[in-house]
Structure formats: C-alpha cells, structure tokens
Design a protein around this ligand. Structure first.
Ligand SMILES: *Cc1c(COP(=O)(O)O)cnc(C)c1O
Length: 464
C-alpha cells in the first residue's frame, strides 16, 4: 500500500449493522444478577424496577443476535454512524514503521465523532429509545468524569426524555464544561452528594462540601429512580450485558470496513474501564476465535496501573458499586471499596469489569496489559501531532498499547495488522495534556496493599 492511498474507510450508510451481537450464547454465559440485599439471584421483575423493561430482557437474553429497531438506526445516523475506520499512517511513520517495507499496519475505529464525544452514545441512544418505548419519562444516572452524563443527556434530548444526572462533586468543580454540556442538552445536573436524596443529605450533613464519589452518586441515582418509580428508571453506561450488547455495533462496522480492504486484524486493542468500548470493538471478532475460524487472533485490553482489575484482580462475585445498591455480578475485581488514585483517565477508575469480558479473560480468550499514566498521555500527544486530534485519556491507553505491539512486531520482523478503538476525543480533558506539557504528570505505584485490603470485603454469595 502506498502512503498516498486514502487512509479513511467509510462504510456506506445502508451497510450499518441491523442487529447487535450477543456474546452470551457463544461463550456459554449463564450467571444471574445477584441482589445486594438478599445475596440471592434477583428476578427480572426486580431488575425492571431499576432498568427499563426491554433492557432487562436483553440483559438475560440467550439469543445470538438482537434486532436494532429502525428508529434507533436512524438516530445512529444523526450520531455520525457508521464511524470511520482510519489507517494511522502518520502515527506509524512517527514510531518508525515503514508502510512500504515493514508489513505492519495500524488501524483505528474513530468513535470520537459522536456528538457527545465518545462511544457511550451507542448505548445512551438505545437506552433512551427503550425507556420511551416502555413509557418511561425520565432517566436518572451518575457520572464521574462526565462522559456518560453527556452521552445520556444528549440521547434523552433526542428522544424527548428528562434526564437527571448526579455528578461527583470533585469532577463537577474540576470539569465544569461537561456539566454545562449536559445542561445545554436539557438535563438537570447536581453535584453529588446533593440535597435531592436521603443518601445525599446524609453525606452533606457530615460535610456540606463533600467531594463525593462514584459510589455515592450511584446510590443517589438509584434512590431517585426508586422514589419516582412511576416514570423514572436508572441507566448505566458500562459493565452490564445490555450495555456491551449495544456497543457491538462498533466491531461489526469495523469488520465490514476491514473486509472492504480485504483484511482481517491480527491484534485488536481497546482500553478497559468497565469494558463497554472493549467489548463493542472486540466481541464480533472474538466470535471468530471462539468458533475456531481465527484461532491465532490476539485481543488485548489496556488498563491503568492505578486500577488494574484484569491484571491484578480476582475472578469472583462482587458488588457493582461502593454503596452496595447495584447488582452483584461475577467479574474480575479489585474490591468495591477500592479508591483509585486520581488519574486523568477517570473512565478507567472502576473497580470491576464486565462479566462477559471477565469470562473471556478467565477462559484465556483475551489478554490484558497494564500501562503507566505518563507513557499513556505521551502516546496521546504523539497521536495528536500525527493523526490530528487529542484522544481522551482513556483512549490514550489503546494508542499506547497499539504502539507497543507495532514496535514488538517490527522487532520480531512479523507482518501484523493492528486495530484499536479510539473510544473518544480529549477536548474536555485538556488538563491531562496540560499536566504533560508542563511536566507535572504523575505516575502512581501499583496499589498492591490497597487491593489486598479492599478484597477483604467481598460479599458472601452462596450461588454457584
Ligand atoms: C467511559 C469511557 C471509557 C471507559 O469505559 P468502558 O466501558 O470501559 O469503555 C473509555 N473511553 C472513553 C472515551 C470513555 O468515555
């Protein structure tokens, strides 16, 4: 391939996938959601008090594929789907790969083109669609860094729903523009802990300027949902099966785009927080590995040293949140009371991993790698200077892992096609780039002792 070839592969609109792919039957997943109150498997009816009915049905579905409704596909067009697949020719060159002689190619799927700036729009639009279909008028949620809150606010605006967002107070203050974006979309946004809920008021009594945490914010959003249960449901942006299902549109598009080039990747990479963008890109390819069509395919999850659940966690039942309101699932975890260091990749600070990703890792179908913040953001700077825009700090983990794999392939004189997910842009996260440019970027030690401590408080689930 000559370096003058157009590096951008666009999928014709009519080729946008018509179904999501459900990994559940392919991998043999049959574990229930466990209630945090009873420590017993919960019923779908209980789950329907928290999540929209159709989302619960998808959560427990054993179907290999689920139709994407036509009206939702139309909304995906508005959200700039299908998204581009790009050959990162200029990044390759910058890291010493010769496009004409080395036989190494790096591609990325660009999910940053979504109006809210990340892949999270894919599930936000689906959840807003089903909420409206099920007669729900309002979605309540929490947000940390603000990417999920932005995506859900956007989706609720397009489907005519109300949106109530509890945003961790520390982030609300540090990242005011995310909050303003949500309010621009019409959402109500409160710094959490807030005076809107009993949980919030309890924490405010202790400290009127409490910095908050994701655990407290989740508790507030769930309480809001239960209190207004006639018209409100709670919405999650990652981890659970119906969310990763919605994201599989990414990988199906990428597969079709690679096919247009007559290619198939050897190594697929995505960053991993709760696992949704990772699942979205990789699951449609993983099925080829499970069914032995691509036995040598390597799939790598890139996570931060500061919250290393896949590389240093244990595979067990654990609480989904610090406040123990969300369902218990079997996953790789570093313990629900784990408090990660304040890395810039806020979306990767979660203590657990998607149950489906966890099962794939446990079966040896995928790998995980742990990366340091300074090198991660440096990779993002290299990407910005070559490909033209700053990736989200989360996405920078995928960029760095792709660079590592390309360099290893060159050293071993192997022809490798590498595909990674560019899950979002970093225009709201320029603080990370500022720290890098000013020489203030920190690395954090591997939190070994803290993980050991946090893993002492696992729930005693009798199931399985
Ligand atoms: C939220 C977020 C992530 C991490 O969440 P996953 O569910 O692991 O994908 C990664 N990248 C971006 C841009 C995000 O907004």
């Amino acid at each position: 391939m000559s370096t003058t070839t157009n590096p951008v592969v666009l999928l014709p609109p009519e080729k946008m996938p018509k179904q999501w792919i459900n990994l559940v039957p392919y991998i043999g997943y049959d574990l229930p959601l466990i209630s945090p109150q009873t420590l017993e498997p919960g019923t779908p009816e209980e789950a329907m008090m928290i999540f929209s009915k159709d989302c619960v049905l998808q959560e427990v579905s054993q179907e290999p594929a689920i139709d994407i409704p036509d009206e939702l596909r139309e909304m995906y067009y508005y959200a700039n789907r299908p998204t581009p697949l790009v050959r990162a020719l200029r990044l390759e060159k910058a890291i010493g790969i010769d496009a004409d002689t080395d036989g190494i190619k790096i591609y990325y799927k660009n999910e940053s083109v979504s109006p809210a700036g990340s892949h999270k729009t894919n599930t936000a639009l689906a959840q807003a669609y089903y909420a409206r279909k099920n007669g729900i008028e309002c979605l309540a949620t929490e947000t940390g860094a603000g990417q999920w809150g932005s995506a859900l606010s956007y989706a609720c605006a397009l489907f005519g729903l109300k949106c109530r967002v509890y945003m961790v107070r520390a982030s609300y203050k540090q990242k005011p523009y995310r909050g303003i974006l949500m309010r621009t979309y019409g959402a109500e946004v409160w710094p959490s802990p807030s005076d809107q809920t009993d949980v919030g008021n309890t924490f405010l009594e202790q400290d009127p300027d409490h910095p908050g945490s994701l655990g407290i914010a989740i508790s507030e959003a769930v309480e809001d949902c239960i209190k207004h249960n006639d018209n409100t449901r709670y919405s999650l942006g990652s981890v659970v099966n119906h969310v990763v299902l919605h994201q599989t549109i990414i990988g199906q598009e990428a597969k079709a785009q690679m096919e247009m080039l007559g290619e198939y990747p050897d190594i697929i990479i995505a960053c991993h927080g709760g696992g949704s963008n990772f699942s979205g890109l990789t699951f449609p390819f993983l099925i080829d590995k499970i069914e032995d069509r691509k036995p040598d395919l390597r799939i790598i999850a890139a996570e931060p040293t500061a919250a290393p659940k896949l590389t240093k966690g244990v595979y067990t039942f654990d609480y989904g949140d610090t406040g123990h309101f969300a369902p218990i699932v079997k996953m790789y975890t570093i313990g629900s009371s784990f408090v990660p260091s304040p890395i810039h990749a806020g979306g990767l600070r979660y203590h657990g991993a998607s149950p489906l990703v966890s099962m794939a890792l446990n079966k040896g179908l995928i790998e995980a790698d742990m990366l340091k913040q300074t090198e991660v953001i440096e990779a993002g700077v290299t990407f910005a200077r070559t490909e033209g825009f700053p990736p989200a700090p989360e996405s920078c983990h995928a960029v760095l892992e792709a660079i590592k794999q390309a360099k290893a392939a060159k050293e071993n004189r192997e022809n490798k096609i590498i595909l990674f997910n560019l899950s979002g842009h970093g225009y709201f996260d320029l603080g990370a780039y500022q720290a890098y440019l000013d020489g203030n970027l920190e690395d954090f030690e591997l939190p070994t002792a803290q993980i050991k401590e946090s893993l002492k408080s696992l729930p005693q689930v009798s199931f399985g």
